[in-house]
Design a protein. Structure first.
Length: 82
């Protein structure tokens, strides 16, 4: 199984979209500053996760979130949390 996830910087409001086969490990990497989207943008919050059966499916969803329409979708998802 693969996870497509979106984290948001509470400091800058920026979003990071990614995929992984181990969500807990990947989030720990973000929180420890081991990812390019790191300490200058802390604190981070997980705002969305999708579970996918294959890496290919996860990659398609990740690419969608990185597209213009996908970025708008993320803003709508983030707005629904408030």
């Amino acid at each position: 199984m693969y996870f497509v996830y979106v984290v948001k910087s509470l400091k800058t409001g920026e979003y990071y979209k990614g995929l992984t086969d181990n969500l807990e490990r990947r989030l720990d990497q973000h929180l420890c500053g081991e990812v390019d989207f790191k300490s200058t943008r802390m604190p981070l919050i997980l705002i969305h996760v999708e579970l996918c059966e294959t890496r290919e499916e996860a990659r398609i969803i990740e690419k969608f979130f990185k597209s213009g329409f996908g970025r708008e979708t993320i803003k709508e998802l983030d707005g629904s949390l408030m």
